[in-house]
Write a protein that binds this ligand. Sequence first.
Ligand code: PMP
Ligand code: GLU
Length: 401
Amino acid sequence: MSLTVSLADRINALEESATLGMTKKARELAALGHKVISLSVGEPDFKTPKYICDAAKKAIDDGFHGYSPVAGYPDLRKAIADKLKRDNNVEWNPENIVVSTGAKHTLANVIATLVNPGEEVLIFAPYWVSYSEMVKLAEGTSVIVEGAFDNNFKVTPEQFEAAITPKTKLVMFASPNNPTGSVYTEAELRAIGAIVAKHPNVFIMADEIYEYINFTEEGHFSIGSIPEIKNQVITVNGVAKGHAMTGWRIGFMAAAKWIAEGVEKLQGQVTSGTNSIAQKAAVVAFNGPLDEAYKMKEAYDRRRKLVVGLLREITGFKVNMPDGAFYAFPDISYYFGKSDGTTLIKDSDDFSMWLLEGSFVATVAGSSFGAPNCIRISTAAADEQLVEACERIKNAVATLK
Ligand code: PMP
Ligand code: GLU
């Protein structure tokens, strides 16, 4: 008898995460003995600072072994409220904050909480891979607004305003950005804020996960600090990038109480409060000091200059200098239609796979980020690895005719 059941339509329609998919493939090739340089996943290559690890050990010894409150321990929500005031000029009380299992979970929670089927979510492209898929899961409609290469891949306020329709519910973007590393200036964010102020039913999800990895003189500006739109902004952040804590899985959102309550209700039915030990470690991370975060930032700063310098030497590569995060995002479309005699490179997916299988350098194709002419290269790796990877890429593309 043939099987007539299948996965739910929502899962069949979902794309696999390209960042995690390429990383899995890189691991498989490494397990076969190949010398793979994995620049696919965006993850600090640093260890979590010791004072944060010590807090986790203490939490175990102190007996924090049970369920935590769904929205997070009170001291953690207080530490986040203090951090938002200290770093971001964003003022919310602890009850406006919900802690979740990573910023990824937070983003999915907020989308599921706010977006009705058919409502539009404006996504500034290039965007992080999971945004559009999360909207799909919520049965919302993604409307992609593309930032131009010549504007550092940033969407202009005019483009944003033109994309708003009566169905627009949410707009989402990350600054500093993954995959481009671009940073929206205070002036640009104020201009975007002024447009949102004219549309009281439109909300902004400000993904600030790369806040501490910002190389601009101006530094980070939080759109949630603009008083006129305070109730329309959902500020999302976490510990993964700035504190090198990707595996601890702590993220949060801060927003108007009705939104926070909605997210808490959802979380109460689906995951409960996140890991108790990680929460106690996060209290220490959010309370500072930030010396370790600044040291890591210096390393990322050095590496972006190193990698962009090397990539710009490669024929046909067009590369912006990222202002934040830890990615280089070259336009490699010069090579589309070219072949090494065996493999024809039609698009960025072909290019990225060809690079992995032939030169053992793992990157991620720009197509999954809404930028099909580019590939993403993580610069969160040792300098020697980055130099070696750029060398391999240069040698590989020299064979394409
Ligand atoms: N937003 C962006 C832009 C990211 O790059 C990532 C990847 N870490 C996340 C959110 C999710 O972060 P977390 O590891 O806290 O889930
Ligand atoms: N945010 C990282 C990246 O873009 C981690 C992987 C993921 O969760 O997608 O590579």
